[in-house]
Design a protein around this ligand. Sequence first.
Ligand SMILES: [Zn+2]
Length: 452
Amino acid sequence: MTTLLLNHADVLVTMDAERHEIRDGGVFIRDGVIEAVGPSDSLPAYADEVVSLAGCVAMPGLVNTHHHMYQSLTRAIPGAQDAELFAWLRRLYPIWAGITPEMIRVSTQTAMAELILSGCTTSSDHLYLYPNGARLDDSIEAAAEIGMRFHAARGSMSVGESAGGLPPDRLVEDEAAILKDTQRLIETWHNPARHAMQRIVVAPCSPFSVSRDLMREAANLARSFGVSLHTHLAENDNDIAYSREKFAMTPAQYAESLGWVGPDVWHAHCVKLDAEGIALFARTGTGVAHCPCSNMRLASGIAPIPAMRAAGVPVGIAVDGSASNDSGHLLAETRQAMLLARVGFGPAAMSARQALEIATLGGAKVLGRDDIGALAPGMSADIVAFGLDSLDLTGAAVHDPVAALLFCTPPSVRHSIINGRRIVSDGTLVPIDLPVLIERHNRLAVELLNAR
Ligand SMILES: [Zn+2]
């Protein structure tokens, strides 16, 4: 048994049922699980390890609900900088065809390092292409090495150009092989237990890259194992046009017709989800991964997040893939969600605390978890702390330290604890040598582009 005491946070944001914010707060952790939360003087005085969070705001680790980590190798690629979704994909698919297992491992750790330093402790990743022997196992092992809580989504593409899909034929897989490998991954890695560090998600890439049959079969497979379902939906106007032309349905109607709604399903983007779709998602508990930077970057539009939340749709924040953001800073993404909601729906559309709630409790709900997203006894010990003494926060943290994190330049974490383990200590990522990782990642990024 090991215990860890975090104490003296200037403010501890609990995200508990009453949204308590505790002055001079702390958390007592035993074996990776929170045992007590409260004012520092109410907590046990001794632990195997004690970390002072004086000068920090502490909060539950943020949850990233959608990503394509391999894309860290192809950020800001010339020719894909100023395109909408479909043209952007057509430019990048041929480059991605050169991805190797080593590239998956290194880019996954790079993306996770960036997420972790920005306050994220749990992430999903949607990997949907497997050229040159790449496997989802490469991502999962990379995540375990860096110590991040991970929902690995087994993506797939099965309808290539010759069959009317968007991806080139050489990047698509056989549907029976996709389902077989997905089942293998669930049986090998999926942990349904509370406080699990690894879960598998069944995740055909999008309606424009897989068949109806695969969507249906994927849902059946996921439900037979009790795992979640994830895909892209209603991302932009072209996506809607494709759905109307190919299926004579809106994306929401298409999803419903395939069994792709329910509390075990979440869809990325949903920028163009209509009123009927919002009502459907609310009624069925279907979740949404909101990706504001990607939606701005690709000019997809402004997702109706306030309307979704008002209707009761579970919403989480996501950075989306690194080739359409091209930042993986989750606190910054949360800030953009707050700002973009205001552009679309007025200055009261999303407060700083509502944005944080979406990034913590919202993300947890979307991923189907009740053990992360809040600091309370019995929850997983995923806690991040941001220092308040930086130039970026000066003149703001003294007034409202919690809101300052959202309104000012988003800082990196000073401390990050994931599953009770210290992953960032005084600003340093502990499990990985970051300069070595960056050098290796840059070398592979150049190799990938030159391989074509
Ligand atoms: Zn995506």
